[in-house]
Design a protein around this ligand. Structure first.
Ligand code: NDP
Length: 259
């Protein structure tokens, strides 16, 4: 392997859950630009359609696909991975990125339904997708699993206790899989995005101007991130460059978490 080829993803097949927008699409574009075949999955059909159009503009159309799939539905995930592996020829890279949030003024005010909705989408779905993807990787003799955490994997928040619990769980789950599958040449790492402008957060500036200003003020980089800011770390974790890196959780946050 030369230094140039270390980040090359040619011949690798990636699936990005929630890859039809925001951070997921940012990572999917970076994979495509490094030569990978990429499948994005999500629930919203029109977002899937425009995501695949964007990806097709960057590579050969037979190297990208978009599939409707709810990651909380085990059967749907199993069927979707089968389709991806058959159409794109295997599955080497899984990015567990799909996520949701539900807020309440204080933890005890978050309803049981909202709690379950967030845990199912952010945490249980990762176990489902990872369990379904691992056999493809084992068969291939290599694999990369990238789980998307959050600053809430590190910090607590009064307003989003289920989100914080799920994202804390993502890091521990990452470590457990990393320990289990090092012997199979499957590396498992987490990325912890800082504050990134996406559909999930784009109301934030208007709805909570004081908190928006506080975040910018305490971020050494002095700005919110963009989905493209996640691309480099995602390519690193997806590529041979990270073959001896497993079980880590790397903040991509403009320095927000270091002080
Ligand atoms: P978006 O809302 O833009 O993206 C979330 C994605 O998850 C959507 O593409 C959505 O697809 C998908 N999704 C949600 N639930 C399901 C489901 N049940 N099945 C399939 N797909 C689902 O937000 P972001 O891009 O910001 O979020 C991406 C990840 O990054 C999340 O895990 C989030 O927690 C994390 N993150 C975001 C931060 C930020 O500041 N933006 C900070 C830290 C972490 P669809 O619309 O089709 O349902």
């Amino acid at each position: 392997m030369t230094e140039d080829s270390m980040f090359d993803l040619t011949g690798r097949v990636a699936c990005v859950t929630g890859g039809n927008g925001g951070i997921g699409l940012g990572m999917a574009k970076a994979f495509v630009n490094h030569g990978a075949s990429v499948a994005v999955i999500g629930r919203n059909e029109s977002k899937l359609h425009s995501a695949v159009n964007e990806l097709e503009s960057l590579t050969s159309p037979d190297k990208v696909m978009a599939l409707q799939c709810d990651v909380t539905d085990r059967q749907a995930v199993e069927d979707t991975f089968k389709q991806i592996a058959s159409q794109l020829d295997g599955l080497d890279i899984l990015v567990n990125n799909a996520g949701v949030n539900r807020r309440a003024d204080e933890p005890h005010l978050l309803s049981a339904e909202d709690w379950q909705y967030v845990i199912d989408a952010n945490l249980t779905s990762i176990h489902t997708a990872t369990s379904m993807a691992f056999p493809y990787m084992k068969q291939r003799g290599r694999g990369k699993i990238i789980n998307i955490g959050s600053m809430m994997s590190i910090f607590g928040t009064a307003y989003a206790p289920a989100y914080a619990a799920s994202k804390g769980g993502v890091v521990q789950y990452t470590k457990s899989c990393a320990v289990a599958w090092a012997k199979d040449n499957v590396q498992v790492n987490a990325i912890l995005p800082g504050w990134i402008v996406t559909e999930m957060t784009n109301q934030f500036k208007e709805a909570f101007p004081d908190r928006y200003a506080m975040i910018v003020g305490r971020t050494p980089a002095g700005r919110w991130g963009e989905p493209a800011d996640l691309g480099g770390t995602a390519v690193f974790f997806a590529s041979s460059a990270s073959d001896f890196v497993t079980g880590t959780a790397v903040p991509v946050d403009g320095g927000y978490s270091v002080w």
